[in-house]
Design a binder for this molecule. Structure first.
Ligand SMILES: [Zn+2]
Length: 315
């Protein structure tokens, strides 16, 4: 009773449940893990999502799986500050909170367009453009009441700009710099982002490299690690966030979709990455950190950390 009286007297009831757990300005570039889990709710983690902070502002959102919208708010980020959203693929554990993020932004003052880059489609998945339209098209979209975010005829607010990264359109090819074979689907005055297709079963998937403030951060997304593209993309990265979705010895569908720790270690070694963070932790890998680390150590000797929601890493 006394506590309640005090709360009313000092208006403490209106304080937020928890202070923002922002990365702050400890370093010019930081990566915050919004979701360190996989699709299982029992892992008690948000699904896949990362935020790149540049000079203390959240500029790049990589994936937005279930639960990540809540973490986005907890991090102190606002959609208004984002330069771009990068999607690795369109599985629900990487995209399910997109409508929550977009709806929340309705209450902000953003006016500039918000680009969303993701993979092209195939017979198992829509393209990123089709995926975003399926949700926000003002006539046929599931959330057609939010159609103003896509429809150029609706005035006010800002527009989502979904774009498919592969196959390379003429527009994307034009972004090639002379003497630089890398294609940057997105680049502005403070950052650039490049992608390579990676193998994730039969689902179109991308790994992303974000360059800002002289630092390079690479996000593997979900992949079985087959092929040379990921190691090439990750070459010399300051921070490599790899998905620890299956334990060593995984086989069948699991192995077709995800890379075991030994493969993560091999790629980290081959790419000479400076710091490795393991995320997308699932019930089948949680509790196996020691053996995971041992398998990685066979190949890679650099620093390794296991991610938890809202952790900040400095590349
Ligand atoms: Zn996933």
């Amino acid at each position: 009773m006394i506590v309640r009286l005090l709360l009313v007297l000092f208006n403490l009831a209106w304080l937020p449940a928890a202070a923002a757990q922002t990365c702050g300005t400890a370093a010019p570039v930081q990566v915050q893990v919004l979701g360190s889990g996989g699709p299982e709710l029992q892992d008690r983690r948000a699904s896949s999502s990362y935020l790149v902070w540049i000079e203390g502002r959240p500029r790049v959102l990589v994936d937005i799986g279930g639960g990540a919208a809540l973490r986005f708010g907890e991090s102190g980020a606002t959609v208004s500050d984002l330069d771009v959203i990068l999607l690795t693929h369109l599985h629900a554990d990487h995209t399910a909170d997109l409508p929550a993020l977009v709806k929340s932004s309705y209450f902000e003052e953003r006016t500039r367009p918000l680009p969303i880059y993701g993979p092209d489609g195939n017979r198992f998945m829509p393209s990123t453009v089709a995926f975003v339209r399926t949700q926000f098209d003002s006539v046929r979209g599931a959330y057609r009441y939010l159609g103003g975010f896509l429809n150029p005829l609706v005035r006010g607010g800002y527009k989502l700009q979904p774009q498919d990264v592969y196959p390379l359109s003429g527009k994307l090819k034009a972004r090639r710099q002379p003497g630089d074979e890398t294609v940057y689907p997105f680049a502005n005055e403070r950052l650039r982002a490049s992608a390579v297709p990676v193998t994730h079963g039969n689902i179109p998937a991308l790994a992303w490299r974000v360059t800002a403030g002289g630092k390079n951060v690479v996000f593997s997304g979900d992949t079985n690690g087959r092929g040379e593209q990921l190691a090439r993309l990750a070459q010399g990265a300051d921070l490599f966030i790899a998905h620890n979705a299956v334990p060593e010895g995984a086989s069948g569908v699991e192995r077709d979709l995800h890379m075991p720790p030994s493969v993560i270690g091999a790629i980290a070694q081959q790419a000479q990455i400076k710091q490795l963070v393991l995320s997308h932790r699932m019930l089948r890998t949680l509790g196996k950190e020691e053996e995971t680390l041992a398998a990685i150590r066979q190949r890679y000797a650099g620093p390794v950390q296991f991610a938890n929601d809202l952790d900040c890493f400095t590349p």
